[in-house]
Design a protein around this ligand. Structure first.
Ligand code: ATP
Ligand code: MG
Length: 650
């Protein structure tokens, strides 16, 4: 078949306009001003970014050129010098922000700590001096394997201050994953903790590091934060306690001015589609992207208490827990533990306790809350909230409406933000005071972003037809390469159509130009000659009152070419019967047409997900096809889910 476009079956058509009240206080309060700025950003990008870079960032030395672009390699703000940590901390110390909370931390056991900008600055200066005394130099790599505690932000910012490249490894990963990442980037230092609190238990981190470090020849030092107090082994000469090295460190540290393209961090992608890739981000462009998007999309104000629930192990934790909001001088809430500890209302309790005004989470979390039941939400007022956001996966309209009604009380705009580890900051997202929203759509592009939905030949497809999502122009916070593998960088992102960035996702644009991500291109379903995105079928299933979550995959079929298999988890209290299977098939038929009626429905207790909560459809595809699981599974959240799915098979 030569026609590679995607048939869209979604019928969602609701529109939600920003309220007059929200608009009147917004950082960007009209659609016309969004359009004016957007047009300038894509028609005269160098003028636009040059001006905004001066407005949003503090420079030690101004840049000479805005962009040097030799596809697929970009140099932004050449000749300029700045320091990321100085932008996130020092520049806020001159005025009243100095004594404002930078981080409000709540540990899972209930311990609360508030750290002001002045205090955070002192901690970062001390830790920078510690790194310096261990001989860490600009360009060296340091791995960070910590729980969600303020010291994680301290470690990242201290690295940034020195120009040491950090790679944060999610605290839930195994020693195998640590070893792979440390060896791939040849880290000299590992920063870890004895453990972290999760679901009422201690997650021991140090033993994982010790196991990994038996096969990582480049590591010279380990710094260990005491968080949980469990016994740990300390290797003589290699390991030092955080509190010991910090006790004698000076609070004075003069930040160096780094060249704009100085590498800032390496972050390995979440691995939904294959082996993780070591995405490299650099200094000025990245910081501009995250600062500006945090300002406009989260509409940050001096009085906000902003909470992003992502772990610092993910790009969302880098861009929107640490760098973006701190560069804006915001108050960031940080929570260590699980959403259902001790009970499934922990998040709502935290929002009320700390007066959270902006809340940013993932669709997978929202679907869990729906599954646990509305009563947990209704125990709390959530009065302080004024803005909600989502990221990580397409959000099905059902979950969007639940979020809007139960959490936002129909008062808070929802920003559905599409972006990737590779893009550094949000790419397609509503600006809440300016752009009307539609449930399930990430709406319109952020400044400087030109997304197009193209077919195999590179021709733009008509409205509502699906195709591959490309970004047509370079943007400041784009990845610069894959660490140590520029060939894979070119192959992975720039080889589909020359000179254009291919993100790997399928999408459609509606008649208003709104973008709807329909799923990964590799996961597109081939049903009776139609290519359908996974998100639309899954969304139809999840709109049934019994269903909590669904994953749709194709299975090779002798007659049809490909049969549609759907894995379904049910809401608490629902029974997995054959009648329900039939009802679900009919429900999909009714919602989106008989063409997408699943051939087979399989109930599952859980779906295989990455640690960041994304469904790993590639694993389900292999299972549905009756084959072995061959791909990389190191980023899988819970191996027992896989075992249960396999045994259901027999
Ligand atoms: P890997 O690239 O290793 O397979 P990954 O793509 O899951 O992992 P991330 O960079 O964390 O790793 O995720 C980016 C992807 O998440 C996007 O390409 C898209 O598929 C999905 N995504 C993120 N936000 C949204 C959103 N708002 N709407 C739809 N999809 C989203
Ligand atoms: Mg990806």
């Amino acid at each position: 078949m030569t026609d590679q476009t995607i048939t869209s079956v979604s019928r969602e058509s609701r529109v939600f306009k920003p309220s007059t009240q929200f608009k009147s206080q917004a950082n960007l309060g009209s659609f016309a001003s969004y359009q004016r700025l957007y047009r300038e950003s894509v028609n005269a990008p160098e003028r636009f970014w040059g001006r905004e870079a001066k407005k949003f960032l503090a420079w030690r030395k101004s840049f000479g050129s805005v962009l040097k672009w030799k596809a697929p390699h970009a140099k932004w703000f050449s000749g300029g010098r700045l320091n990321v940590a100085e932008n996130c901390l020092d520049r806020h110390l001159a005025g009243p922000r100095a004594n404002k909370a930078a981080i409000i931390f709540e540990g899972e056991p209930g311990d609360v700590r508030t750290i002001t900008y002045a205090q955070l600055h002192r901690e970062v200066c001390k830790f920078a001096n510690v790194l310096d005394s261990l001989g860490l130099k600009k360009g060296d790599r340091a791995a960070i394997y910590l729980p969600m505690v303020p010291e994680a932000a301290v470690a990242m910012l201290a690295c940034a201050r020195l120009g040491v490249i950090h790679t944060v490894i999610f605290g839930g990963f195994s020693s195998e994953a640590i070893k792979d990442r440390v060896n791939d980037c040849q880290a000299k230092l590992v920063i870890t903790a004895d453990g972290g609190f999760r679901r009422g238990k201690i997650v021991e981190l140090k033993p994982n590091v010790d196991r990994a470090l038996s096969a990582t020849p480049t590591v010279e030092h380990v710094i260990v934060l005491k968080r949980t107090g469990n016994e740990v082994a300390m290797a003589e000469g290699r390991d030092r306690w955080w509190h010991d090295v910090m006790a004698t460190a000076s609070t004075q540290h003069k930040a160096k001015a780094h060249e704009s393209e100085t590498p800032l961090f390496i972050l390995y992608t979440s691995g939904s589609t294959g082996k993780p890739k070591g995405v490299l981000h650099t200094t000025a462009g990245y910081l501009l992207g995250v600062t500006m998007s945090a300002h406009y999309v989260f509409d940050l104000k001096e009085s906000d208490v902003y909470w992003c629930t992502a772990d610092i192990g993910w790009v969302t934790g880098h861009s929107y827990v640490v760098y973006g909001p701190l560069s804006c001088g915001a108050t960031v809430l940080m929570y260590e533990g699980a959403p259902n500890q001790p009970e499934p209302d922990r998040f709502w309790q935290i929002i009320d306790r700390h007066g959270v005004t902006i809340f940013y989470t993932a669709p997978t979390a929202i679907r869990s809350f729906m599954r646990w039941g509305d009563d947990y939400v209704k125990r709390h007022s959530l009065r302080s909230l004024r803005l909600l956001g989502t990221v990580g996966e397409p959000i099905n309209p059902e979950a969007w409406m639940w979020y809007h009604e139960l959490i936002g009380k129909k008062r808070c705009p929802i920003v559905d933000t599409w972006w990737q580890t590779e893009t550094g900051c949000m790419m397609v997202t509503p600006i809440p005071g300016a752009v009307p929203t539609k449930p399930g759509s990430c709406t319109l592009p952020f400044f400087g972003v030109v997304p197009k939905v193209l077919d195999e030949q590179g021709t733009e497809v008509p409205p509502n037809a699906g195709g591959k999502l490309f970004l047509m122009q370079p943007w400041p916070s784009m990845l610069r390469t894959l660490w140590g593998d520029d060939a894979r960088y070119k192959q992975q992102y720039w080889s589909e159509l020359p000179g254009l960035y291919f993100c790997g996702d399928g999408a459609r644009k509606d008649k208003d130009g709104y973008l709807w991500v329909v799923g990964r291109i590799d996961d597109v379903l081939n049903v009776s000659g139609h290519r359908i995105g996974t998100a639309e079928v899954e969304s139809a299933l999840v709109s049934h009152p019994s269903v909590a979550e669904a994953a749709a995959v194709g299975r090779p079929d002798e007659i049809k070419g490909s049969a549609l298999v759907c894995f379904v988890t049910l809401k608490t209290g629902q029974a997995p019967t054959d009648e329900l299977k039939e009802a679900l098939r009919n429900h999909v038929g009714k919602e989106i047409g008989s063409l997408a009626k699943p051939d087979s429905i399989r109930f599952a207790a859980g779906l295989p997900k990455t640690r960041s909560g994304k469904i790993m459809r590639r694993i389900l595809k292999e299972l549905a096809g009756g084959g072995e699981i061959k791909g990389d599974t190191t980023t899988l959240e819970d191996f027992s889910v896989l075992a249960a799915l396999k045994s259901d098979d027999e």
